[in-house]
Ligand binder design. Structure first.
Ligand code: PRP
Length: 177
């Protein structure tokens, strides 16, 4: 049985334009500073990171980290757990943490604290979506795609119970879909 496709919140074209703008800003901010490390947070950031990284005009290397904080389906447990660490050291390097979404802020807060203790030259954040009104902790987002309301969004890397991650646009899942 086919199901209804999620309603579009941001189209492919809107996402591509915003990704272009962010990549241009990062390229300009880090020009002449050597290689940066784009550190993607799995799984959600894999598509955003792939697109951002290919649009940069500065030297960059790619790392991934995996954490988990929604241990029981979609209910936040409050505990962030490191599931997979980076492969190369970030000490003395310029790091940009790339996330698909900041919701409560727990994940990015945990990550920034942990990564800062490893002595990077600098650390910034690049986030596609921010649920501003749900964020409970002070988080610094240096490069932001879009601010959104408290809706369940899917596509472009984001999932609902592992569904719809590869949808090319960002859509909203309604309870009766
Ligand atoms: C999502 C998202 C962020 C985190 C944001 O990850 O990718 O990492 O939740 O939520 P927070 O601000 O409330 O901490 P999720 O645990 O769903 O895993 P996934 O990226 O593998 O889908």
């Amino acid at each position: 049985m086919s199901r209804k496709l999620p309603e579009t919140l941001f189209s492919e074209a809107q996402i591509a334009q915003r990704v272009d703008e962010i990549a241009a800003q990062i390229s300009s901010d880090y020009a002449g500073k050597g290689e940066i490390v784009l550190l993607g947070v799995l799984k959600g950031a894999f598509i955003f990171l792939a697109d951002i990284s290919r649009r940069l005009t500065i030297p960059r290397s790619i790392e991934f980290i995996a954490v988990s904080n929604y241990e029981h389906g979609s209910t936040p447990s409050g505990a962030v757990r490191l599931v997979m660490d980076v492969r190369e050291s970030i000490q003395g390097r310029h790091v940009i943490v790339v996330e698909d979404i900041v919701d409560t802020g727990q994940t990015i807060h945990y990550l920034i604290d942990m990564l800062k203790s490893r002595g990077p030259a600098s650390i910034r954040t690049c986030v596609l979506l921010h649920k501003e009104h749900k964020t409970e902790i002070d988080v610094d987002i240096d490069y932001l795609g879009f601010t959104i309301d408290d809706e369940w969004v899917v596509g472009y890397g984001l999932d609902f119970a592992e569904h719809d991650r590869t949808l090319p646009y960002i859509g909203v899942v309604k309870p009766d879909d």
